[in-house]
Ligand binder design. Sequence first.
Ligand code: 26A
Length: 371
Amino acid sequence: SLFKFSAPRYFNYSTTASRLPKSLFTMASSNEYSLLCLENPLLDIQAVGDKALLDKYGLKDNDAILAEETHMGLYEDLLNNYDAKLIAGGAAQNTARGAQYILPANSVVYLGGVGDDKYAAILQDAVKQAGLRVEYRVDPKVPTGKCGVIITGHNRSLCTDLGAANHYDLEHLKRDDIWALVKSAQYYYVGGYHFTVCPPAIMALGEEAAANNKTFVVNVSAPFIAEFFKDPLDASSPFWDVVICNETEAGAYAKSHGLASETDITAIAKHLANLPKKNSQRPRTAVITQGTEPTIVAVQGQDDVKQFPVHAISKDQINDTNGAGDAFAGGFVAGLVQGKSLEESVDMGQWLARLSIQELGPSYPFPKQTY
Ligand code: 26A
């Protein structure tokens, strides 16, 4: 089982690094950066909005979409008329910051594409605070991607202009120094939004994981991924050791795959867990979050599906829910990396999500709290 093995013990070179030759210092040790994450680095332009704003751009109150021509005015609108804040985002980058928040120093590295601009500098600052190492593919010709976030009550509507994030490529992943990080990592986390960008990079990580009995985690990330990016999503599914999604994404998956029910979350979790799997050395785990309703977990080959209630906080403690799911994934994956049980990993996910929804945007409290 995934949860019985202990992760390698951490070894922090930072105190001795200055005494080591430079070449050694730049090489990742086999215990460092055991978690490698891939997706789309974005800057969130977030504001509290209203129905009129959602209607103006034809947006649903709780959805995530790719921006089209008609949405391009949204960002200026948010900044000029809604007092928007600029906050580090990008779903898997939020997860990576979250996992690093819990894990020892130098545990997590994140890959994605950015531009060479002010927005990228804001992202660099945020990841530095979290101690997250990023290896961006920098495109000098394309601006850093941005996500308009409209908060209405406990809903958030996300509208993304991918920019430079859309230019991530296999060439960057296969660059000697980056591929060395891939080789030394033991856990991979891919945000599903990356299926819109570079499926070959996702497949390369999946193949590397399966061939070496490493752990490959995919988050479905948004209903439109399950619906419109079904083919690349399905091509990667044999590599999934863990698949994470929320109830809406589970429903979209059920619909696009013709499952009997779009609302029977237990049945969908079982279906995901039991899809064919390339690496048969461990069963797949499917995790479905449902907001304040219990988290559902199915394990390949097991009949019973587990439920983990959420320890809800009072409504007035919630700042916004932008990034709640990413934080859950961050805590859960940190648990995996630490060799925790399934129960504890889910609890770590719920704990980190609880912290994040009390902050503005997909952020975590500093000074750090400990699990
Ligand atoms: C390709 N798309 C649409 C996206 C995103 C995205 N991250 C990567 N790719 N659309 C929204 N997000 C991020 O989701 C987080 C909340 O879960 C936002 O940047 C936000 O931080």
